[in-house]
Design a protein around this ligand. Sequence first.
Ligand code: NAD
Length: 266
Amino acid sequence: MRVQNKVVLVTGAASGIGRAISLRLASEGAKVVATDRNAEGGADVVAQIQQEGGEACFLELDTASETQWTEVAARTVEKYGTPNILVNNAGVYLIRPLASTTLEDWDRMMDVNAKGVFLGMRAIAPLMAAARGGAIVNMSSTNALTGIAGRTAYAASKAAVRIMSKTVAIEYAFDQVRVNSVYPGFVRTGIAEYGAQVAGASVDELGKMVSPLGRIAEPEDVASMVLFLSSDEARHITGAEFVVDGGLTASPNSPVHVSTLQRAEH
Ligand code: NAD
């Protein structure tokens, strides 16, 4: 058990990557506080964890709400004690050309993806510091690392996650609170379905196209990285960034499909 008895707070736990993270950490012994603004999906993930013999509860949380973060932090401490692990995973996605990106679009991306992570770290990191340790994992995106058309607001919000993670890592290093960020490429969730719809392809076709490994990632692939970074196996790792993208950002020519080129040569 890699996170036995650790108290974990996961945002955006009701679906996709957050759901996979919640299930995986629970299966490794963690007590999971699954949070989301989607109460139905949140209750469902908790039910699955409990069916599998794990420990979990659901708390409703809109990550962009300062007052809700205060409440959720207090209720988590009351229920299980100070969180040992915080996974700021909740996020919203938008593909829209610059010229038609509205101020409302910009604010929505920044509110959930950037402000939500800021509020989460601000609510939980001081509690971890007082307990002399903790691990925070923030979900960014490969869109924060390389340019891609139609992602101005989304990419900016995810780039904010990248640098906030490093900044807080330094600020809290003395307190043994580790902060790292994760950069998924293309993962089979609702977000991927939306991306595929815009591209006019199926998720599997698009996954094949954008990943040199030739497939879309499963949410569990990202959950494995989060589990590692959350666990004591990563005790000397902080302020670092981890891509889980099937090789997408390894080539300056991305998203050229390397395997296709190799196949063409042979
Ligand atoms: P998803 O839509 O399946 O899950 C996102 C979850 O976040 C949902 O349960 C949703 O209810 C919740 N959420 C959204 N806004 C919220 C808010 N304000 N407060 C609380 N919960 C909120 O998508 P996913 O792919 O699982 O996304 C998880 C994270 O991974 C996001 O941060 C996303 O940007 C990132 N990501 C996803 C991909 C991908 O290809 N799927 C790639 C890179 C990064």
